[in-house]
Design a protein around this ligand. Structure first.
Ligand SMILES: *Cc1c(COP(=O)(O)O)cnc(C)c1O
Length: 263
């Protein structure tokens, strides 16, 4: 996988006693697929691509992803983590469509993000039948409860109506938040997801800003556990919440001082 990225994949490798190799990200925060391909060797079993990436928010290009999957040797399983798939603009990658085109990969998605069901713990994988069978043998029995299943089915059945306005609102609020942060002298990374990553110069500043924001009632996420200790990740909320966050950020920056490391 690449790093900084989603920590669960890293933890999963640790739990399985696997050797984890990490590639750097591209400058925009998306997975650098050429760098990832270079890490693949004869003992590589699985390659994870998180796109849009968490905590940075940028996605890989659809054509680049196709080329990457086609270039992988047969003994390597590509896993495409599309937790933020619903936020992608038209023309972006679609792992399930890639599978339909005959490519061998596993695609994971979740109801935790665009559908807002994180507390119900429900998501899904689309993968070749032999892999689904193998996972069926080792996963916990009854691991998606009946309420979560009902909510997931209801979400899917209404996704054509629910998602487009919601995704458009997130995109416009994300632009608002990003330009508000830039006006404060910060430089948020480009994002297609429901958050922006903001490098703030150092791990100490990230923690100081986090504390100053907490005192103002705003919860952001220091990105250290995701491999970006000098940054905070800000989730896009409702318009009113985003406006309050920007006011709090101005105060927090005043308290923490100018940012020598800010780019
Ligand atoms: C949130 C997220 C997931 C899955 O989250 P669950 O709540 O466990 O379904 C997977 N990958 C990434 C990159 C995520 O951000």
């Amino acid at each position: 996988m690449a790093w900084p990225s989603f920590i669960s994949w890293r933890q999963g490798a640790g739990v399985m006693g696997a050797t984890l190799r990490t590639a750097p990200l591209a400058a925009d925060g998306s997975y650098d697929l050429d760098a990832l391909l270079e890490l693949v060797g004869p003992a590589t079993k699985m390659v994870v691509v998180v796109s849009p990436n968490n905590p940075t928010g940028a996605a890989v290009g659809a054509a680049a992803l196709e080329r990457f999957i086609d270039a992988l040797p047969d003994h390597v399983l590509p896993v495409l983590d599309e937790a933020y798939f619903e936020y992608l603009p038209a023309g972006s990658h679609d792992g399930v469509a890639l599978m339909r085109s005959g490519r061998r990969l596993a695609v994971t998605r979740t109801f935790s993000k665009a559908f807002g069901l994180a507390g119900l713990r429900v998501g899904y994988m689309v993968a070749p039948p032999e892999l689904v069978r193998m996972l069926g043998a080792v996963r916990n029995a009854f691991d998606v409860n009946a309420v979560a299943q009902a909510a997931a089915v209801a979400s899917l059945s209404q996704s054509d109506e629910l998602l487009p306005p919601r995704m458009a609102e997130i995109a416009s609020e994300r632009h608002m938040v990003s330009s508000g942060l830039r006006a404060l002298g910060l430089e948020p990374m480009p994002s297609t997801a429901n958050f922006v990553l903001v490098p703030v110069g150092s791990a100490d500043r990230a923690e100081a800003l986090n504390q100053a924001l907490l005192r103002r009632g705003i919860i952001v996420r220091p990105a250290g556990p995701f491999g970006a200790p000098d940054a905070i990740r800000i989730t896009i909320g409702l318009a009113q919440e985003n406006a309050e966050m920007l006011v709090a950020m101005a105060g927090a920056l005043g308290e923490v001082g100018a940012l020598p490391g800010a780019r």
